[in-house]
Design a protein around this ligand. Structure first.
Ligand code: M6R
Length: 328
């Protein structure tokens, strides 16, 4: 993440995306941003959708590449199309990119691999500099994708002058604080994560809940658990649980709830209480003080703006998947 951030700062510490050649006039002509990707890379898009919309005031749609490429999407020269791919080689993402080019849209690739196919096909490319992903599970690629997309959103908003400059400064400081906060989060929580993993590794189903941006962290946490531990898991927006899936929560079911947006935490707490009533075991990832609660395990992540919190909140979940898999 240090490398990702530094790759986009000039010697004065300012954001530097000059290579993208994005003028205010061009950005003003954009009425939609598409982020197209697969799997974890698509989740990185979801994590930044709200930030882009709030900062730039442009409708942002996140699309699964394998669906997007076959659905004749309404893309034109007023669309900015962003393609996120660790490898830069995912066939559906590449096909979606070529389709957007045919429709006259500007295409921007975010990949980890210089010279990859997606990079070569796109009008512009920026790189996550995450280092090679050795195993199949995308972990550091995800956190670096979210970091770079967030920096891009801040940069676009600066050009567009579309939001309060104080918010821009706050977010820039939050981005700069990420490497140290991640280290803190890692050091503080490793024992708790290991301990919780030893309690749940024999489970057959795990549920993830979150609201707002925490729902996207829930989706990614759930994908990682399935992928490396072979445990069935589902992620739900916390408020959706009562519309059916709560029927699956029974005595001893593991429910992981993510609460990093203080405006939404009281609501998520109340949803989590509903599953406790049904006998669920709970793990909470939060930056609030929930020490006096009746949750089984609470993992505290450092204080951070909700636009950036997915980058911290996912790390205990990545580690949890790892330790569950190791225990199994
Ligand atoms: O190389 P890509 O980022 O395009 O790969 C996309 C997905 O296949 C990938 O993110 C997949 O979901 C991960 N292996 C999950 O950990």
């Amino acid at each position: 993440i240090r490398n990702t951030i530094n790759s986009r700062l000039n010697e004065n510490g300012e954001y530097d995306f000059k290579d993208l050649n994005l003028s205010k006039e061009y950005l003003k002509s954009i009425n939609k941003i598409y982020i197209v990707a697969c799997g974890t890379a698509m989740h990185a898009g979801l994590a930044v959708k709200n930030t882009l919309e709030k900062l730039c005031k442009i409708v942002t749609q996140v699309e699964v590449a394998s669906e997007f490429r076959y659905r004749d999407p309404l893309v034109d020269s007023n669309s900015l199309c962003i393609f996120v791919s660790q490898s830069g080689e995912t066939a559906d993402t590449l096909a979606a990119l070529n389709l957007c080019k045919l429709h006259g849209a500007k295409t921007l690739a975010i990949t980890n691999v210089i010279g990859s196919s997606i990079t070569r096909a796109a009008d512009y490319s920026i790189f996550t500099h995450a280092g090679p992903e050795i195993a199949v599970a995308s972990t550091k690629a995800y956190t670096c994708q979210v970091t770079l997309l967030t920096m891009l959103a801040i940069h676009l908003a600066e050009i567009l002058e579309s939001c309060d400059s104080q918010l821009i400064e706050t977010l820039k400081l939050n981005v700069l604080s990420l490497p140290n906060k991640l280290q803190e989060c890692f050091n503080k929580n490793l024992d708790l994560v290991q301990d919780f993993s030893s309690k749940v590794y024999e489970e057959s189903d795990v549920f993830f809940l979150g609201r707002g941006v925490d729902y996207t962290t829930a989706l990614e946490g759930s994908l990682k658990l399935k992928e490396i531990s072979y445990i069935h898991s589902e992620a739900y927006p916390a408020g959706e649980l009562k519309h059916g899936p709560i029927a699956l929560i029974e005595d001893g079911t593991t429910v992981i709830s993510i609460m990093t947006d203080k405006n939404l935490t009281p609501k998520s707490i109340s949803n989590t209480q509903e599953v406790i009533t049904r006998g669920a075991k709970t793990l909470i990832i939060t930056n609030d003080d929930l020490s006096n609660s009746n949750f089984d395990t609470v993992i505290n992540i450092p204080e951070i703006h909700p636009y950036v919190s997915p980058i911290l909140a996912i790390v205990p979940l990545q580690l949890l998947s790892y330790y569950i898999s190791k225990n199994k």
